[in-house]
Design a protein around this ligand. Structure first.
Ligand SMILES: NC(=O)c1ccc[n+]([C@@H]2O[C@H](COP(=O)([O-])OP(=O)(O)OC[C@H]3O[C@@H](n4cnc5c(N)ncnc54)[C@H](OP(=O)(O)O)[C@@H]3O)[C@@H](O)[C@H]2O)c1
Length: 262
């Protein structure tokens, strides 16, 4: 099976921690040159130092805040003017706030739509010509199992994940003929800073301890534990590989079997 990414350049968004960071490491292990993308420059530099370089790679970083939509296009275009190669794009950012959907403001929907879907659109438009020239492209969106089975208390997230799924399927249909695949990876409960924060909030609002909240969640996961970011990254890395050339327009949960739909 060909998993070799030597000579490929991967933009990995939201890569200062969690699933994005684990993905950047995994892709670097397979030989890719990594462009880390996030807001926190200090953390970007730290992760940059940690990335594997055994295959002679050059890794870089790009400072972007996806909540400032009008800054994304000039930033990515300036970067590509200097370093024009792009073969892999991992669309990933922080998760939306929780709360009852009936209480969510219209602005919250617009902000989240911009941060997730519009950012992915702007980044994809910027990198697609490089992918077409190479006859190789991999676009992977990190969404949520809420895309298949809406999660209670995450109404804004559920809504935007659905939009992202439709965006990705449309892109997969249009770009497949250029050797560019577009797929979604849907994390379930994954041991990152995001899950820690969400569980602390659940505990605070129910007078349970964080450990009790975690045990309740784990009860419903067939493998009996949370997923690690490295396990999610392994699936993402496979989808990025030459071996996955025929996997296009799919949404793969990495959730220990929790999602109950087929
Ligand atoms: N962990 C889970 O259990 C779980 C479950 C289902 C779905 N998900 C989804 O999977 C995705 C990744 O989750 P995670 O747990 O890895 O998240 P995380 O640990 O919170 O990491 C989020 C990453 O995104 C970056 N980021 C956040 N806001 C940004 C912005 N406005 N502009 C640019 N970068 C931004 C952060 O870096 P900076 O702060 O440096 O910018 C960080 O590197 C999210 O959409 C999340 O909702 C996670």
């Amino acid at each position: 099976m060909n998993l070799d990414l030597t000579g490929k350049t991967a933009f990995v968004c939201g890569s200062t921690q969690g699933i994005g960071k684990a993905t950047a490491i995994e892709l670097a292990l397979l030989g890719a040159n990594i462009i880390l993308v996030a807001r926190n420059e200090e953390k970007l530099k730290e992760v940059l130092d940690e990335l594997p370089r055994k295959k002679g790679q050059k890794h870089r970083y790009l400072l972007v805040d996806f909540s400032k939509t009008n800054q994304i296009k000039p930033k990515i275009e300036n970067f590509l003017a200097k370093y024009p190669e792009a073969h892999i794009l991992i669309n990933n950012t922080g998760g939306p706030l929780g709360g009852a959907v009936i209480e969510a403001s219209p602005e919250q929907f617009v902000q989240t739509f911009n941060e997730h879907v519009i950012s992915a659109q702007i980044l994809t438009q910027a990198v697609v010509s490089s992918m077409k020239n190479a006859g190789f492209g991999r676009i992977i969106n990190i969404t949520s199992v809420g895309m298949k089975q809406p999660i209670v208390g995450l109404g804004v997230s559920n809504t935007i994940r659905g939009a992202m799924g439709s965006w990705a399927k449309s892109m997969a249909n249009e770009l497949g003929k250029f050797g560019i695949t577009t797929n979604n990876v849907l994390p379930g409960y994954t041991t990152t800073g995001r899950l820690k924060k969400v569980n602390e909030m659940r505990a605070a609002s129910t007078s349970k301890t964080v450990a009790e909240v975690e045990q309740e969640l784990i009860k419903d996961i067939p493998i009996g534990r949370f997923t690690t970011p490295q396990e999610t990254a392994a699936v993402i890395a496979f989808l990025c590989s030459p071996a996955a050339a025929s996997v296009n327009g799919v949404s793969i949960p990495v959730d220990g079997g929790k999602t109950s739909s087929l």
